[in-house]
Design a protein around this ligand. Structure first.
Ligand SMILES: Nc1ncnc2c1ncn2[C@@H]1O[C@H](COP(=O)(O)OP(=O)(O)OP(=O)(O)O)[C@@H](O)[C@H]1O
Ligand SMILES: [Mg+2]
Length: 503
């Protein structure tokens, strides 16, 4: 539905919403509206207040001021049960699935008509159908959720809302860890819901998606809402300007020929989960990128190097010495660090302060005779915070209170804090806004110019294409190509990871 359709009555109107957390004004007099069957993209920098609005609409957060109406009637959505009863369904940014339960149980959890009366067969059949719709048809509904990958959990969250009968469906960054193929499925789900007249709020930092589905964009800046704009009246540069309050000249740092010595060599390495051995290498100063769609195995090379996945054969050398398989609990070899894609599993400690999170991987180096110098810890953390666009005024607050993208910045900064020679990272900018992303790319490139090597796996082909010196592509458990980034166009790269011939 195009913007400005006359007489389309509003489905949802929020007026004058405010929410303060201590010194942080997360929402400041926000207005937001949504019409039937309309897709509104909700955009803004990390910490702008998007998820706070989503949480207000889902009944998880009570605003300090403001009113909400649905189809013209004031609604009370002060609890998640009330929000659901009002017809609002939400795909949260941080997963709300319960790890110890099965996929099927999670899909029907919280459904209005009691699933407890269902037979196992019915549960299974319903779950299988929902999984199929989001491209998870290969997953057995009895699988425990904690066994799923980050991308699979994101798709499961999307499947969960399909099980609800809703008038408004809110997606908070549903594709942050998905590749183009899975993203297409999510976008198809969104279009299908909108075509049925369901109204959609879609939060994302991946701007191309906005143009693929949104009718209108609503941009937040520092907790304030800017007047919304019809999609036909704005372009990417315009969105970035509204989000950041400035233009962004270049997203990716310039690539220069990498001439350092060979740092990492994989020769016929057999990795659990990949169907063919892998041979790859990366020099000092090089960024090696691995990409592919869900289940392609692109992430497994990084996981294997990080001792998260077994290496079954072949040779891995780092700076000329064989890399020994390590017991995970003993940590990685000196100079190697790994940043996991799953913040909840191993990236960061939500209950600890930003300072302590930033220093936790290198505390021993600021400790003298076993005692930590708070001053040294803080000054080291401040330096990292400024390099990664983390708000230095908030170093003492706990990481769990930061917005999703800001948590990701802390996770990255933490692992780069001990100056690794080899940095292994999956999905480095998951949920990070465009401005901070360009800072992070510049930082990674800067560290490489000082001799660091990066091996990065990412589902974001644009990121892999723009950032890396060498690119390896994966499909169905096999490496299918490797070569200098300059040999790829972005379209060819997308085609390669989807195993389509380029048109
Ligand atoms: N429970 C909380 N306690 C303190 N501050 C909070 C809490 N929840 C959110 N905030 C703060 O409110 C602000 C808005 O956060 P919000 O999660 O809405 O941002 P966002 O726009 O979703 O960002 P992102 O793109 O990173 O997900 C941030 O400064 C955040 O740190
Ligand atoms: Mg958020």
């Amino acid at each position: 539905m195009a913007d400005g359709t006359p007489a389309a009555p509003a489905r949802l109107v929020a007026t004058g919403l405010s929410k303060r957390y201590g010194a942080v004004q997360a929402l400041a007099d926000v207005d937001f509206d949504l019409r039937p069957g309309e897709v509104v993209a909700l955009l803004g920098e990390n910490g702008a207040g998007k998820s706070t609005l989503v949480k207000v609409l889902s009944g998880l957060v009570t605003p300090d001021t403001g009113t909400i109406t649905m189809d013209g009637e004031p609604v009370n959505i002060s609890s998640s049960a009330r929000s659901q009863a009002a017809g609002i369904a939400v795909v949260q940014q941080e997963y709300s699935t319960v790890g110890a339960l099965s996929v099927a149980e999670n899909l029907v959890l919280g459904k209005a008509n009691s699933p407890f009366l269902w037979t196992r067969g019915r549960l299974r059949a319903e779950a299988q159908a929902l999984l199929g719709e989001v491209g998870l048809g290969h997953i057995d509904p009895s699988t425990k959720v904690e066994e799923l990958s980050v991308a699979e959990m994101q798709l499961l969250e999307v499947a969960r809302v399909l099980a609800r009968e809703a008038r408004v469906v809110i997606f908070d960054e549903p594709t942050a860890a998905l590749s183009d193929a899975e993203t297409e499925k999510v976008l198809a789900v969104v279009r299908g819901l909108a075509a049925k007249g369901i109204s959609i709020v879609y939060v994302t930092h991946r701007l191309p998606e906005v143009f693929a589905i949104a009718d209108r964009v609503s941009i937040f800046r520092n907790g304030r809402s800017l007047p919304s704009v019809a999609i036909g009246d704005i372009d990417v540069a315009g969105i970035i300007q509204m989000m950041l309050g400035r233009t962004l000249e270049t997203m990716y740092p310039e690539r220069r020929p990498v001439e350092g010595d060979e740092r990492l060599v994989l020769r016929d390495v057999v990795i659990s989960g990949l169907s063919a051995p892998v041979s790859l290498s990366a020099r000092r100063g090089e960024i090696l990128g691995l990409t592919g769609q869900l289940g392609s195995g692109a992430d497994l090379v990084v996981k294997a190097l990080a001792s998260e996945t077994p290496i079954l054969g072949g040779v891995v050398e780092v700076d000329g010495s064989p890399l020994k398989a390590k017991d995970r609990s003993k940590g990685l070899a000196d100079g190697i660090t790994y940043c996991s894609p799953d913040r909840k599993r191993s990236g960061i400690f939500a209950g600890l302060s930003i300072v302590r999170n930033l220093s936790s991987s290198w505390l021993s180096s600021v400790a003298t005779a076993g005692t930590v110098s708070t001053r040294r810890e803080r000054s080291a953390a401040e330096a990292l915070a400024s390099a990664f666009a983390i708000d230095s005024k908030r170093l003492g607050s706990s990481v769990g209170k930061l917005s999703g993208g800001n948590q990701q910045k802390v996770a990255l900064a933490k692992w780069l804090g001990n100056n690794p020679t080899l940095f292994l990272v999956e999905e480095p900018t998951r949920g990070v806004d465009v401005g901070a992303r360009s800072d992070i790319y510049a930082k990674l490139r800067g560290l490489c110019e000082q001799g660091m090597t990066v091996v990065v796996s990412s589902s974001d082909t644009n990121e892999i294409h723009g950032l890396c010196d060498t690119i390896a592509t994966f499909y169905h458990g096999e490496m299918v190509g490797v070569g200098p980034a300059d040999d790829w166009t972005e379209d060819a790269l997308v085609a390669a990871v989807m195993n389509r011939s380029e048109k």
